[in-house]
Ligand binder design. Structure first.
Ligand code: NAD
Length: 506
């Protein structure tokens, strides 16, 4: 029988999540005993006190990862062994599907339905996909002269520090941890302070699956303490970061001021959904546009937060988008019927509400939404209506800044050339879409759009099989796909002199 809202609420009240630092295959407190609260955005209540890693704890975790790497217990094992262990981890994630989904939902405010249908299966699939890839990826042989053989092989980098945000904790952690482990590295993961619980459970499951102690450590903690210590640690070989552009730049600084470690950054976005006059099916387009911004209450790095629409179809499309936005079930994340959950915390809520004042000062009208909701019994939770701001000047603050909430900024243009120009008028370049029935126009616009992902006549269709990352200030480096295995590997050339002499007769 499928669980009801009452069942989930009871289970949430009964859960006792692990809250320690996960170092060398076990939980422990921070050395100085410090903790921080993790708050459920559902009702503003404290779910648990989590151990806050200090500098010493980060050092413990990195040293443990380094020792494990040097020992070869994982880094030099047969890749088929790593394949078996990571496949087992994927199975364990699915075996603990409901528990992980509940942790994710209570901690991040994702609707339980999404956590069950998207977050947990996607995390499991990512581990399985990289495990499966391990005996299908070949090294290279270079086209040397006949008297030599040069093998180009991929070797693990060493210790990977992964620092992730709160918006998709399991999914984004898996994008980094799975290829890094598959490639033979050790990993120290620093989850966001808002959402540490699912990462801690993942670490336990990894040990159960057979990942050796020290190979995968999770250190919850505050960004400017634990995140900074990881970024500056001389034994970390690479930082893979997803989060805000500001913090991304700190990691570049930490790297240059420490050991010059590699840094890969997945940062923010202000992704345009570009609708040309020959869009075709307006209803399908409106649904994709609305879901493209309102899914996860707009807290998606590649969320389609700018709707750029040809003025010839503006009115018709906007009416439909607003209709979809109003039809979405906003409310209790633990209700299986809920489609849109919460904003992550009060700070983020205030930041989004601040943009409504900015919109007013820019003379922009709120075409729909714009109100904080306080559901009965959940008055202290962080709920915001899907909001549409119309007639936005793309060059103004609403058109340019990442709001990271359920807020769609609508601007108009006339003709595809002007539309593409407006779409590219942004410091970001994470994703974009173009809607048109004309094949040539679709291809040409897709080529011209400066973004890491361009969707044609759809939005937010994503899979582990394709790379994900940004152009411009949205960062560099790519998560997902086989390219991510390379991102966690170093290329080694082994040049063998075969000599010119013929073979001996012996
Ligand atoms: P954030 O940058 O504040 O935090 C991200 C991580 O960095 C957290 O783990 C945090 O603890 C840590 N951190 C914070 N300050 C730090 C510091 N001084 N030194 C070291 N580490 C520090 O981002 P957020 O608020 O958690 O997430 C929202 C942002 O993430 C948005 O800008 C969004 O666009 C971006 N994001 C990007 C992608 C992508 O793939 N491009 C995906 C999701 C989110």
């Amino acid at each position: 029988m499928t669980a009801t809202k009452t069942d989930w609420i009871q289970r949430a009240a009964a859960q006792r999540p692990s809250t320690g630092l996960y170092i060398s295959g076990g939980f422990r407190d921070a050395r100085n005993g410090e903790t921080f609260p993790t708050v459920s955005p559902r009702d503003g209540s404290v779910v648990a006190q989590i151990a806050a890693a200090g500098e010493q704890d980060v050092d413990d975790a990195v040293q443990s990862a380094h020792r494990a790497f040097e020992s070869g217990i994982w880094s030099r094992t047969d890749r088929r062994h790593r394949q078996q262990v990571l496949t087992r981890l994927s199975d364990l994630i699915l075996a603990n599907h409901e528990e992980l989904a509940l942790l994710e939902s209570t901690d991040s405010g994702h609707p339980i339905g999404d956590a069950l249908a998207v977050d947990v299966p996607s995390c499991a699939r990512t581990f399985r996909w990289y495990a499966e890839a391990l005996d299908k990826v070949y090294d290279d042989v270079a086209p040397t002269p006949r008297n030599a053989l040069a093998i180009i092989s991929r070797e693990p980098l060493g210790v990977i520090g992964a620092v992730v945000p709160w918006n998709y904790p399991l999914i984004i952690s898996a994008w980094k941890v799975a290829p890094a482990l598959a490639a033979g590295n050790s990993v120290v993961l620093k989850p966001s302070e808002q959402t540490s619980l699912s990462a801690l459970r993942l670490a336990e499951l990894a040990s159960e699956a057979g990942v050796p102690d020290g190979v995968f450590n999770v250190i919850p903690g505050l960004g400017h303490v634990a995140g900074a210590a990881l970024g500056r640690h001389p034994l970390v070989d690479k930082i893979t970061f997803t989060g805000s552009p500001e913090v991304g730049r700190y990691f570049q600084r930490y790297a240059s001021e420490s050991n010059g470690k590699q840094v890969a950054l997945e940062l923010g976005g202000k992704s345009p959904q570009l609708v040309l006059h020959d869009v075709g099916d307006i209803t399908a387009c409106a649904s994709a546009v609305a879901w493209g911004i309102f899914y996860n209450a707009g807290q998606t790095c590649h969320g389609g937060s700018r709707l750029l629409v040809d003025e010839r179809v503006h009115d018709e499309l906007l009416e439909e988008v607003i209709k979809v936005g109003r039809s979405l079930a906003l409310g209790d994340p633990l209700d299986p019927a809920t489609q849109i959950g919460t904003i992550i915390d009060d700070r983020q809520l205030e930041s989004i509400l601040g943009y409504y004042d900015i919109a007013e000062s820019e003379g922009i009208s709120i075409a729909s939404g714009g109100t904080r909701i306080r559901p009965a019994g959940l008055e202290n939770g962080y709920y915001l209506e899907p909001t549409v701001l119309d007639r936005v000047n793309n060059a103004g603050r609403i058109g340019q800044e990442e709001i990271f909430g359920p807020v769609l900024a609508v601007s108009t243009f006339r003709g595809a050339a002007e539309g593409v120009r407006l779409a590219n008028e942004s410091r970001y370049g994470l994703a974009a879409s173009v809607w048109t029935q004309d094949l040539t126009r679709a291809h040409t616009a897709a080529r011209e759009l400066r973004a890491g992902t361009v969707w044609v006549n759809t939005f937010d269709v994503a899979d582990i099989i394709t790379p994900f990352g940004g152009f411009k200030e949205s960062g560099f480096g790519r998560d997902r796909s086989l390219h991510a295995l390379d991102a966690y590997s170093a290329l080694k050339t082994t040049w063998i002199n075969l000599g010119d002499a013929p073979l001996d007769e012996d």
